[in-house]
Structures are given as structure tokens and as C-alpha cells.
Design a protein around this ligand. Structure first.
Ligand code: TRP
Length: 449
């Protein structure tokens, strides 16, 4: 028992928890995916749909996850098992999902480190497209940076909940805020940047006037809400399990969602004005961060300094997220297999690194290997974002709404009746009907296409 207590940490304060959970939420999803998704899905239209989904589905699911975690004080598999054995599978989906996401997430994390090092060495990237393509196609380099990124993640998780995860987030997250504001100020003051701001805040509904387009926007926005808020796979069950009883879960969920959305929008303001000012395409897709932005920095006064600042901020965001993914599986090994934290983190990291190598190489040497017509990397992202996370989220809503019950959840959310639950009715409606219905409808229409 003593051993268990020692290895199962705790967040030292409410603030520390909020920093860690926001650190989990704010990541490549905000800085890399959100700007390019909005660029591909009609700018402001996407932003509006995203915000509606974040409030209607994101906040309630987040609350439910944190309450399951704090109630059971266990990892996702242990948590579902202890509440109702027949639903253990939801936790299993979550743990599988963590493997899938982190194995490709750390590949992109590795790219970010490569860019920092390149800019830092003073190298001018004159041909950003060529540079990027050569780099990701190489058989060795992306693998090495991916391993380095995983090693850093593992190092923080070995440090434990309060001394590793919480402490690193408390430093990285505020730093990230300052850095992104610096870049936003630079970007919006560029001449010609105004177009980018308009694109991001004034909706152009002509971009969504067919059923196909609309359903694409809805599916992307929903997937993005799950991904960006770290929902549907138990990351917040795990973080919730390290919480003290007196932490206000409702307040925490509003703050985390607000900060995460704020950073996503700031990322748009950092990127879009610059893209417009220098005449690039907002719909450049995943290359927006690694190809378009370096071009923007290249053509900007003092660009290289802003490039370094920007990629360091992306790195901070990515690491504090990858840590939460590794922690999900590590906590399972600690709780259920009774392994030590150090052994668990290293063991799990090695497996994730191994899977990630295939993802890293799927841009080059393994590019010909296709699963249902898409590369290994694309298959992994498809599997996690469009299948495992929504399914995990759907079952979680059903579980909380109909099995464990709204009253049990609300008992935990109110810390045993001590804190008022203002939105209980809305929470209940969202868990039981709105969230499952939206997830199901979008899920089915996307499969029909
Ligand atoms: N939310 C992170 C991002 O936006 C990614 C992430 C971290 C995540 N932990 C997660 C996504 C758990 C889903 C589930 O980059």
C-alpha cells in the first residue's frame, strides 16, 4: 500500500492542475492543426462551429472525465473497471488511443525540434518547400528527432506528477503565452495583415453551401474539439485521478476550455495575417506550419528571431501535451501492473517510439506502404481522431448518462454537495442526448461519404 501511495502522485494545487491540464490541451492541435483546418474549412465559419462544439460537447465531456478520475483515483482502464466491469473496454480504447496518438505526435514534435535547431544554427532556409520535403523524406533524420522528442517526454514523466508534469507545465505554459503574444503583435502589424484577420473573424458562408462541404466542416470541427481539448481517451481521467477533493471541477473545465480556445485563436492571429501579408495560401494544409511559415519568417525583418521564438513555443506546447499521453499508459502500468514509475515510463516510451518510427518513415522510404489507400502516418491519425476518440467519447457519454448516472457524476463534481452545480440540467441533457447525438450523426455521415 505504501509503495502505491508513493508512486501515484498528486497535483500540489488547483493552479498546478490547471496548468498541467491546459498544457495537455494546448499543443500541436492548436498551433499546427487549428490554423490549417480553419484555412481549409472557410476560416471564420470553422472557428464559430468549433466554439459551439467546444461549449456543447467539450465542456461537459471534460467535466465527466475529470469526475470519473477523481472519484476512482485510477487510470482509465482501472477507473471504468471499478465503476462497472462491463465498461472496462472504454478504458482499453483510451489506452490504445494514447499509443496511436503519441506514436505520430512525437514525429511532428521531432520536426519541431529540427526546425529550432536549424534556425538556431543561423541557417537560412531559402527554399522552404525543398527543405521540408528533403527532411521528411530522409530515412534517418526524422527518426532521430522523433526519438529525441520521446526521450524528453519520458524524462518529464519519470519525474512524476507534481515534480515532473506539473512543474514543467508551470514553466512552459506561461512562457508559451508570452511568446505567442510577441509573435501575434509582429504578425498583425505587418502591412497587408488585415486580410488575414478578416479571414479569421468574418464568416464567409459561401464556403459551406453544399451538404458535402457542411458535413466536412462539422466533422473536422468535432474531431478538432476532441483532439484539442484532449478528450475521449482518458487523459483527463488520469489527471483527474491526481486531484484533491476540494478542487472546483466546474471552474477548472471552463478555464481549461477557454485557455485552449484562446491559444488556438491566437495561433490563427499569429499565422494568418503573416500568410496574407506575404501572399501565401491560407489553405496550404499541414504544410502551413513547416513550409509557409518559414517562408513568411524569411521575408520578414528579424524573421529568424521570430522563427526561433515561434518554434520554441510550439515545442513547449507539444511536450506538455505528449507528457499527458504518456502518463495515461504509465498510470495504467503503475496502478494495475504494479510496476515502478520509472520502469513503466521507459517501457511504454520504447514501444511508442518503435511504432512512431514507421510513422516517421512513411513520408519517405515507407511511403509506398498504404493501408486503405493512405500512408501509415495518415492511418494512425485517422484511427485516433476520426474513430477511437469519437467512439471513446460516445461510450463515455452513454456510460455517464445512463450507467454510472448523472447523480453520481454530480456528487463528485460538487465535491459531495459543497459546490453548487449551476448547469446540472444542461450537463445532463448534453451527456444523455446532445453529445451522443452529434457524435453519432457526424460519425455516420462521414462514413457514408
Ligand atoms: N490536445 C493536444 C493538442 O491539442 C493533444 C493531446 C494531448 C491529446 N493529450 C491528448 C489529444 C489526449 C487527445 C487525447 O495538441
Amino acid at each position: 500500500m505504501k509503495n502505491e501511495k508513493q508512486s501515484r502522485g498528486k497535483f500540489s494545487s488547483s493552479f498546478g492542475f490547471i496548468m498541467a491540464a491546459t498544457g495537455s490541451a494546448v499543443g500541436l492541435g492548436n498551433l499546427w492543426k487549428f490554423p490549417y483546418l480553419s484555412g481549409q474549412n472557410g476560416g471564420a465559419v470553422f472557428v464559430i462551429v468549433y466554439i459551439i462544439f467546444a461549449l456543447a460537447i467539450g465542456v461537459p465531456i471534460m467535466l465527466a472525465e475529470m469526475s470519473i478520475g477523481r472519484k476512482t483515483k485510477l487510470n482509465p482502464i482501472g477507473a471504468y473497471k471499478s465503476l462497472n466491469k462491463r465498461f472496462t473496454f472504454i478504458g482499453v480504447i483510451g489506452v490504445i488511443c494514447a499509443f496511436v496518438i503519441l506514436s505520430y505526435y512525437s514525429v511532428i514534435g521531432g520536426w519541431v525540434i529540427k526546425y529550432i535547431v536549424t534556425f538556431f544554427s543561423g541557417t537560412h532556409i531559402s527554399d522552404a518547400t525543398g527543405f521540408f520535403n528533403n527532411f521528411i523524406k530522409s530515412p534517418v533524420e526524422p527518426v532521430i528527432w522523433h526519438i529525441i522528442f520521446m526521450a524528453i517526454t519520458c524524462f518529464i514523466v519519470i519525474g512524476g506528477v507534481s515534480k515532473g508534469i506539473e512543474k514543467s507545465s508551470k514553466i512552459m505554459l506561461p512562457a508559451l503565452f508570452i511568446l505567442i503574444i510577441v509573435v501575434v503583435i509582429r504578425s498583425v502589424t505587418l502591412s497587408g495583415g488585415l486580410e488575414g484577420i478578416k479571414y479569421f473573424i468574418i464568416p464567409d458562408f459561401s464556403k459551406v453551401n453544399s451538404f458535402d462541404e457542411l458535413s466536412k466542416v462539422l466533422l473536422s470541427a468535432m474531431g478538432q474539439v476532441f483532439f484539442s481539448l484532449s478528450l475521449g481517451m482518458g487523459a483527463l481521467i488520469t489527471y483527474g485521478s491526481y486531484l484533491k477533493k476540494d478542487v472546483n471541477l466546474q471552474k477548472s473545465s471552463y478555464i481549461i476550455t477557454a485557455l485552449d480556445t484562446l491559444v488556438a485563436i491566437l495561433a490563427g492571429f499569429a499565422i494568418m495575417p503573416a500568410v496574407f501579408a506575404f501572399g501565401f495560401e491560407p489553405s496550404a494544409g499541414p504544410g502551413l506550419l513547416f513550409v509557409t511559415l518559414p517562408k513568411v519568417f524569411e521575408s520578414m525583418p528579424l524573421g529568424i528571431i521570430f522563427a526561433i521564438v515561434f518554434f520554441i513555443l510550439v515545442f513547449f506546447a507539444a511536450v506538455s501535451s505528449s507528457v499527458s499521453l504518456l502518463e495515461v499508459v504509465t498510470s495504467y502500468c503503475i496502478d494495475n501492473l504494479k510496476w515502478s514509475r520509472k520502469f513503466s515510463s521507459i517501457f511504454v516510451s520504447l514501444i511508442m517510439t518503435f511504432i512512431g518510427v514507421f510513422a516517421a518513415l512513411s513520408f519517405g522510404p515507407l511511403g509506398n506502404i498504404k493501408i486503405f489507400g493512405i500512408t501509415i502516418f495518415e492511418s494512425l491519425t485517422f484511427l485516433s481522431d476520426k474513430i477511437l476518440m469519437p467512439i471513446g467519447g460516445l461510450f463515455m457519454c452513454i456510460f455517464v448518462g445512463y450507467v454510472w448516472g448523472i447523480d453520481n457524476a454530480s456528487e463528485e463534481i460538487t465535491s459531495g454537495g459543497k459546490i453548487k452545480f449551476r448547469w446540472k440540467k444542461l450537463f445532463s441533457i448534453s451527456m444523455k442526448y446532445i453529445a451522443p447525438a452529434i457524435i453519432l450523426i457526424i460519425f455516420i455521415t462521414s462514413f457514408l461519404q
